[in-house]
Design a binder for this molecule. Sequence first.
Ligand code: F6P
Length: 576
Amino acid sequence: MTESVPVDSASTDAWKHLEGIAEDFSPDLRGWFAADASRAATYTFQAADLTVDLSKSFLTEEILGHLLQLANDVDVAGRYQAMIEGRHINVTEDRAVLHTALRRPKNGAGLVPPAGFVVDGEDIDAAVHHTLDKVYAFADTVRSGEWKGVTGKRIETVVNIGIGGSDLGPVMVYDALMPYVQPGIQCRFVSNIDPSDIFEKTADLDPETTLFIVASKTFGTLETLTNARLARQWLWNALSTTGAISDSDADRKDAVAKHFVAVSTALDKVEAFGIDPQNAFGFWDWVGGRYSVDSAIGTAVIVAIGPDNWREFLAGFHAIDEHMRTTPLAQNVPVLMGLLNVWYTNFLKAQSHAVLPYAQYLSRFPAYLQQLTMESNGKSVKWDGSPVTTDTGEIFWGEPGTNGQHAFYQLIHQGTRLIPADFIAVANPARPLKDETGDGHGVEPGQDVHALFMANFFAQTKALAFGKTADEVRAEGTAESVVPARVFAGNRPTTSILAPALTPSVIGQLIALYEHIVFTEGTIWGIDSFDQWGVELGKQLALQVTPAVAGDAAALESQDASTKALIEKYLELRSN
Ligand code: F6P
């Protein structure tokens, strides 16, 4: 299974030095800033449009030096190069890992690897751009109204049916780029096999103006195929109820042809489902599901925002890919952020990592990142099959600010756990509203509401870093008995990411940034970040348990005692 033997990070000198520092590590952000007037400048970096401030993190020159040595020891740069050249670094599936190829410009000069590079006998750029052109042409026909439903009406709602990487990316980007969506077109996303999902998402839709995109890399995922059949059933029933089609095979086939398209690497299975291969967009096994939002898996979003915006989105990814490839490690933002996460996770024993977008349009970004990081790096063996020698994986979680401030920030500010947090914001809001009246208590008439929002963004990282001492609390006249409860210890590490605006390019940049953070961490841990065998057992058992849930006595008898008792209780409770 080995592509090469991973360097054992834990036995490097750099690792041992970091362990030594961590033993009696006592961060002092107040002191570090007081002692070094250039700390903010030293630890603020630029990657394309993203300004990334690591100065409120637990970095010192010494720590950074060892982390960079670690990155060199495991050859992060060399492994990245191997990835973008199409080497089979996904060893357990014997596959290349080429999501970076999805966003290379057409006929780009000076590309590395050069334009037209071939992997496993395929010209990668040609394949990518052939598919992109096909999706763009399709999107244009839907956007212009040229694509008609079975009764001749134009499409108004695109329903993406997919799960995991075939859902989280498209829904996150659709939400993030809502201001770019063409008026008159909306997208919906059905993912869960819980039938209430498809029921609610289709309940108020007009079948004559609805188009389904069945998005599944394998076209074998139980949830997606079940929902696709339910959608087809809904379409046929709804169209025949109004008399728009009869129940004949020919009419039903025609309805599917006009209201279903598919995105998959398994085009034979798409055809078997009844979708015209002409209306299917392919991708390749060298694109992992959680790395596929910029492939044809994004078709629903391409229809919504149009090919020009999508090109910008891809250019944003590519700008960060180039930053990752060409920037020395000491200024390389994804590498630095990945190393910092390793410092927090492996040495300071942080158990989770908050991602806090100060942008309502990014509300699904933490959920998207959960799949990206946890499916990629939640592994117990290295890429050569040997057991890992360090902790792996990060638990990402989060909600948009300022909502989170009024919910879970208490624990980040004053709890006992170390929770590094990434704060993300943009300077220019898509909806620049003003509070015309103000409140007479500090919010002046005409107040720019985005500025109010941003004041919270800046205030939170400041409070987390520098806290409030007992003396400062006392100076406010606080009763002595309450002083301890009102002290903020500070020294809560944060990273601030600031971008000009939530443009398609910036969204692409943010995604690529986190992809390469995950890559850096996976390389340090020596793991294959591109397989996901850990999701298989549950899938197999679900199929095995299904007959028992349907009441099959023998199947029920073969379950373990706990599962059997739970199913029996379920059967007893079930009334419809
Ligand atoms: O079960 C996990 C997974 O394989 C993810 O990796 C993937 O994104 C998701 O299921 C959906 O898979 P597919 O696109 O093949 O339907």
